[in-house]
Design a protein around this ligand. Structure first.
Ligand SMILES: Cc1cc2nc3c(=O)[nH]c(=O)nc-3n(C[C@H](O)[C@H](O)[C@H](O)COP(=O)(O)OP(=O)(O)OC[C@H]3O[C@@H](n4cnc5c(N)ncnc54)[C@H](O)[C@@H]3O)c2cc1C
Length: 348
């Protein structure tokens, strides 16, 4: 079996690693260059993401991720100014499940290790051939043909636009400024909040902060677990990530300093969208995963990796002849469609 994966994001790379491990031929095409775009500096990885990574990646990759994530994050704290100083005043209602924080560019570099990705190759369209195969077309005029085409190409998915045009992205209108600042410049905050994220409500501004203290120094972990990782991926120091989810009023001095001292290349303004669910569609050799089909702000990465793991298991079953290919894809899609994101607080 051969699988074409469009998109070298969290979902596409997790799938490609899993297929490779299962001995399935996989070709990954990515529109951006190898450096990729800024898509948030860190990622909260919960039990779903962890299980998917363990299920798809070689053990050395898993050990490298484990060694370089932050400590356990059990809850979201509330911060407030009390007598002119910041203090923890309670626990926030949170949609996040417990997990740990990963540095996103490092996680991506680990996911890329051992894979050959065709960077700078933009997918434009596909055609289903009479013999059941799928042909993918790229902006440079080249094509590739496979048994399965997977759209792991994120919110603007060109695969979804052609295959499921009824699925529409709606801009929620919400905007958020995010960034990261070296932890050595704000030593007082980690003492206060530990590894947990915290929400500070300051008269007319809300600010989210969280420290990422690498469990092992990434350079040491690389040496021990994954020497094939590029040196540049592990030249990192502990930091504080922060987000301003609404308009910022006057910030207390300590917070203003965090924003002022942020690393410019890690600062970005984000828009959030949503994709309302669509009715089931018949299975074919074309399928989609992650943000390409469902957006879940704050935990979409975990769902994308979980989709990748489930699809990988289904395709491996088909490859072994235990299930017809379209039944395997259909059963993956049934599970993916019904696992609508439910916030942790809504669960019993
Ligand atoms: C600031 C921020 C913070 C976040 N924090 C978290 C978090 O803590 N936890 C969490 O679980 N989720 C988080 N998310 C959500 C998470 O980032 C996404 O849900 C996740 O990246 C989706 O993965 P994906 O593989 O589906 O898509 P993506 O990661 O978006 O990857 C899609 C890839 O496809 C490529 N591509 C697009 N079009 C084409 C084309 N035509 N041809 C070839 N390649 C193409 C893109 O360049 C991209 O590399 C956060 C998102 C943001 C923006």
């Amino acid at each position: 079996m051969k699988v074409i994966v469009i998109g070298a994001g969290l979902g596409g790379l997790t799938l490609a690693q899993g297929l490779r491990r299962a001995g399935i031929d996989v070709a990954v095409y990515e529109r951006d260059g190898a450096r990729g775009r800024t898509q948030g500096v860190s990622l909260h990885v919960d039990d779903r993401g962890t299980a998917a990574l363990q299920g798809c990646l070689p053990s050395a990759h898993v050990a490298m991720i484990d060694a370089t994530m932050g400590g356990p994050r059990e809850q979201t704290l509330s911060l407030s100014e009390v007598d002119g100083s910041l203090a923890v005043v309670g626990v926030e209602p949170s949609v996040a499940r417990p997990g740990r924080q990963a540095h996103r560019p490092l996680l991506r570099a680990i996911l890329l290790t051992g894979l050959e990705v065709r960077f700078g190759t933009e997918f434009t369209r596909f055609e289903q051939l009479p013999d059941g195969l799928v042909r993918a077309w790229f902006a440079d005029g080249s094509t590739d043909t496979a048994d399965v085409l997977v759209g792991a190409d994120g919110i603007g998915s060109a695969v979804r636009r052609q295959y499921l045009p009824q699925a529409q992205v709606i801009d929620t209108g919400r905007r958020m400024l995010m960034g990261a600042t070296a932890l050595r410049l704000t030593p007082e905050l980690p003492d206060l909040i530990g590894d947990n994220p915290a929400v500070a409500r300051i008269p007319d501004t809300t600010m989210v902060v969280a420290a990422l203290r690498f469990t092992s120094p990434p350079t040491v972990a690389r040496q021990r677990f994954l020497p094939a990782l590029p040196h540049s991926a592990v030249a990192l120091e502990d930091y504080l990530m922060w987000a301003l989810p609404g308009p910022a009023g006057d910030l207390p001095r300590a917070f203003q300093r965090i924003v002022d001292k942020a690393w410019p290349e890690m600062t970005s303004e984000l828009r959030t969208g949503t994709i309302p669910p669509i009715p089931a569609w018949p299975a074919s050799p074309v399928t989609v995963l992650g943000d390409a089909i469902r957006l879940a702000p704050g935990f979409g990465g975990n769902l994308a990796m979980r989709d990748a793991h489930r699809l990988c298991l289904a395709l491996a079953e088909a490859d072994r002849g235990q299930l017809p290919l379209l039944d395997a894809i259909g059963s993956y899609e049934d599970t993916m469609r019904t696992s609508v994101p439910v916030p942790a607080k809504a669960r019993r």
